[in-house]
Design a protein around this ligand. Structure first.
Ligand SMILES: NC(=O)c1ccc[n+]([C@@H]2O[C@H](COP(=O)([O-])OP(=O)(O)OC[C@H]3O[C@@H](n4cnc5c(N)ncnc54)[C@H](O)[C@@H]3O)[C@@H](O)[C@H]2O)c1
Length: 296
């Protein structure tokens, strides 16, 4: 669909990173923006920054993990703007806890934000989009092949699956609703520090797992050297206007996903990629992790 001035975009996770860049990009196109986040101070600053460009931007505090909160958000957004055309289910977090020996709350948190946040967003806003609209769900390249984080990767695989299903269903019923799935590699955002939003009601923030402790220097550098969020936002707008499902800001990563599927098709046991861009080669990483785990 073409973006028209005055249309309304809802962006979750809009206080930082990709979400903030999306808000700026939609503002540039003349849209009115509902900027949604759980981090109040940062959200206020972000709304001010977008509004300073002359756009109509309104901040909505909401924790996307809860269905009631997102349903209430949809009511408030429609009351404020009269309707919605673009929905970006983008809020996301990455964990550092040990998936197998650490607290189960790491799973609750990451799946709550990354997966249920998207489920709640689609369910709450879909009824408002039948006048014509587009949904963009932020997954990750980690949704196309498993990497180093079982919890994060599982959440993103689930987002890819639900988004592809949604696309088929919208087409089947000939709904005037486009669907896109955003799968970035490394992007220069605040994701490395995601546990700043660890919810108090889940108890103590889990200790970092030995694997995360080992790779965190590499991750931090890869993210710091990643693509700019603004470049990702441009690609999202292109995908909306061209009605394209996949948004791949890092096409060079696709070979790893294709290699994975080749093994699946052959029924061959899984092999991790030899090297992920921005990370050390697999052998070096494996040696570092084995040492950290005391395996020599
Ligand atoms: N940065 C990367 O390298 C990368 C790569 C692939 C996918 N992604 C995905 O991009 C999306 C955006 O992340 P980012 O990289 O811009 O990180 P970011 O930390 O800069 O932004 C994420 C935003 O989500 C918000 N948020 C967290 N929990 C929330 C909740 N419960 N309810 C509402 N908002 C919440 C945060 O406050 C933050 O403003 C995420 O879904 C992430 O998984 C990022």
């Amino acid at each position: 669909m073409d973006l028209k001035a005055g249309e309304v975009a809802v962006v979750t996770g809009a206080a930082s990173g990709i979400g903030l860049a999306l808000a700026h990009r939609f503002a540039q196109a003349g849209l009115r923006i509902a900027m949604v986040d759980v981090e109040v101070e940062r959200l206020n600053e972000a709304v001010e920054a977008v509004a300073a460009t002359g756009a109509e931007a309104v901040g909505f505090t909401c924790d996307v993990r809860t269905a009631d909160a997102v349903n209430d958000l949809a009511t408030r957004v429609v009351e404020q703007f009269g309707g919605v055309q673009i929905l970006c289910n983008n809020a996301g977090v990455a964990d550092t806890g040990d998936p197998w020996f650490g607290p189960i709350e790491s799973w609750d948190w990451v799946l709550g934000v990354n997966f249920y946040g998207v489920v709640h967003g689609v369910r709450a806003f879909l009824p408002h989009l039948f006048g014509g609209g587009h949904i963009i769900n932020t997954a990750s390249m980690a949704g196309l092949f498993p990497g180093l984080s079982p919890i994060y990767d599982a959440s993103k695989h689930a987002v890819v699956a639900l988004t592809e299903n949604l696309y088929h269903q919208m087409n089947l019923i000939e709904a005037p609703i486009g669907v896109s799935c955003l799968c970035p590699g490394w992007v220069r955002t605040g994701i490395f520090d995601a546990e700043r939003n660890w919810p108090a009601e889940l108890g103590q923030r889990p200790e970092s797992s030995p694997v995360v402790e080992t790779v965190k220097g590499h991750l931090e550098r890869a993210i710091a050297e990643g693509l700019t969020p603004a470049a990702v936002a441009d690609l999202v707008v292109d995908a909306v206007t061209e009605n394209r499902f996949w948004v791949f800001p890092h096409p060079d990563w696709l070979e790893m996903a294709a290699d994975r599927w080749q093994l699946v098709a052959e029924g061959t046991n899984p092999e991790p990629p030899n090297s992920v861009p921005g990370m050390p080669p697999r052998d070096q990483l494996a040696a570092e992790i084995r040492t950290a785990l005391g395996l020599g």
